[in-house]
Write a protein that binds this ligand. Structure first.
Ligand code: KIV
Ligand code: ZN
Length: 390
């Protein structure tokens, strides 16, 4: 069945790098950009060129080395920002300028002390200006999640008319419910007359833990680009995690969607980003956390050892993770114990395991996890016992 492509726009090097402590130098950014290209992302947002000379240099160097993906630079709706982004991108094979302005009343009044009409004019002006430098212009309506839908529809129509080829609908504060965010996309698709001339994009933050759900709701309602980061890094609680949306789309062919991401690269790039940014991944993180493929309770271990699909919807090798782990704790059962002994070369029968299981529980109650060294010690003591008895 033919499926619609979802374009993956990675912003690890821009929204992700804004996280305190995650600052990267140009060399590190180039290494990550090359890994993102190898992963198969469609657009790499390389930075915010006007923000600092270092960021300008990084965007410019990334623009030189990237061959297939589009390279994007962020700007405010300020003419000199746009010129600076264009300059940084001048060696890119596929340059994209991402420009925009806040459209919610919070932004219009508190941030800009302005009016809806003035902001609409600035939006049009910045898109027109960016189009002087590239045909690939993305407009962001910052805080679109809390923007009045009638006004948002007017802004979207106007920026498409001015030349925007992608329109980003950010849920900047992570406020929306999936249904609301999906309805916003559906409303824009149904109401904006020139919507067929541009691609709508989801850019969701995770303040309520809904970034992935909201992005999926967005594409289920017609958006065709998702903006995301490796490991879900980003301002405050982070952005939509790339690995999560990619795997949701893969696990649900019924959505009729696909991405061009090489899923087997997801764990390697997660480790690269975590090591380079010195930002550990939480162990229970979906797809790339250390516990994503480990089983520790007896009921789960028993089912998993009979048929992995009872407790795993993804094979670890599909996403480049290490093989599934059977972790031994005081909650583990006999089949897990027998399995771990077998891996160490001890093929015990049921009676042996019954005896060893009592010893195992005593050890397990004193520790968080029973290791191979503990098992080897138990096996040696058990052998001595058998020798003494016979
Ligand atoms: O969250 C947001 O609104 C942004 C824009 C600058 C795209 O990051
Ligand atoms: Zn953002």
């Amino acid at each position: 069945m033919a499926t619609d492509k979802i374009y993956i726009f990675d912003t690890t090097l821009r929204d992700g790098e804004q996280v305190p402590g995650c600052k990267l130098n140009t060399k590190e950014k180039i290494e990550i950009a090359l890994a993102l290209e190898a992963l198969g992302v469609d657009i790499i947002e390389a930075g915010f060129p006007i923000s600092s000379p270092g960021d300008f240099e990084s965007v410019s160097e990334i623009a030189r080395v990237i061959r297939n993906a589009s390279v994007c630079g962020l700007s405010r709706a300020v003419l000199k920002d746009i010129e600076c982004a264009a300059e940084a991108l001048k060696h890119a094979r596929r340059p994209r300028i991402h420009t925009g302005i806040g459209t919610s009343d919070y932004h219009i009044k508190a941030k800009f002390n302005s009016t809806r009409e003035e902001i609409l004019e600035r939006a049009i002006q910045c898109v027109k200006w960016a189009r002087n430098f590239t045909d690939d212009v993305e407009f962001y309506a910052e805080d679109a999640g809390r923007t009045d839908n009638d006004y948002l529809a007017r802004v979207v129509e106007a920026v498409i008319k001015a030349g925007a080829t992608t329109v980003n609908i950010p849920d900047t504060t992570g406020y929306c419910l999936p249904q609301q965010y999906g309805e916003k996309m559906a409303l824009l698709i149904n109401r904006v007359p020139n919507i067929d001339k541009a691609r709508l994009s989801c850019h969701c933050h995770n303040d309520l833990g809904l970034a992935t759900a909201n992005s999926i709701a967005g594409v289920m309602n017609g958006a065709r680009q998702i903006e995301c980061t490796i490991n879900g890094l980003g301002e405050r609680a982070g952005n939509t995690a790339l690995e999560e949306v990619v795997m949701v789309i893969r696990q649900h062919p019924d959505l009729g969607l696909h991405t061009d991401i090489r899923a087997e690269e997801l764990n390697p790039i997660s480790r690269l980003v975590s090591d380079t940014m010195r930002m550990p991944v939480q162990p229970n993180k979906a797809i790339v956390g250390a516990n994503a493929f480990s089983h520790s309770s007896g009921i789960h271990q028993d089912g998993f050892l009979k048929d992995a699909q009872t407790y795993e919807i993804i094979r670890p090798e599909e996403v480049g993770a290490d093989i599934s782990k059977i972790v031994l704790t005081a909650r583990s059962g006999r089949s897990a114990l027998a399995y771990r002994f077998r891996n160490l070369g001890f093929d015990y029968n049921r009676n042996d395991i019954d005896v060893l299981y009592d010893t195992f529980l005593q050890v397990a109650d004193t520790k968080k996890e029973v290791t191979d060294a503990d098992l080897a010690e138990m096996a040696s003591q058990y052998q001595q016992r058998l020798t003494t008895v016979s």
